[in-house]
Design a protein. Structure first.
Length: 115
């Protein structure tokens, strides 16, 4: 997901994305580029796929970090099944996509792709 907005709108947009993530049951953990969205920090420590958000002056990008690291041994260590974890990520992505759609008319650039 990518959206390009006037710099004055980015803060408001990110605030709505963070609210959407919380509604979906995930937490937002600050990172150098923006945020990591995951149930808890163990997901990141284990290297499981999770949503990342990069916040720049005029754009916000959300992607799945480590998408090919969805391994049963890591999921077991986190206490989840593959189906449960995939659903968790998709619900959060759907909530975030709704925020992207809301701001689409204000965007000078926009790309939204979900499986």
């Amino acid at each position: 997901m990518l959206i390009i907005l006037r710099p004055g709108l980015v803060r408001e947009f990110v605030r709505e994305v963070l609210e959407a993530v919380r509604r979906a049951g995930l937490n937002a953990y600050p990172r150098a580029e923006g945020y990591a969205f995951m149930r808890d920090e163990i997901v990141g420590r284990l290297g499981l796929p999770h949503l990342r958000c990069a916040v720049m002056l005029d754009r916000v990008v959300v992607w799945v970090r480590d998408p090919y690291n969805l391994r049963n041994d890591l999921l077991s260590a986190a206490g989840m099944s593959a189906d449960e974890y995939f659903e968790e990520i998709m619900v959060a992505a759907g909530e975030i996509a709704r925020v992207y759609e809301k701001y689409r008319a204000l965007a000078s650039g926009y790309l939204l792709k979900l499986p």
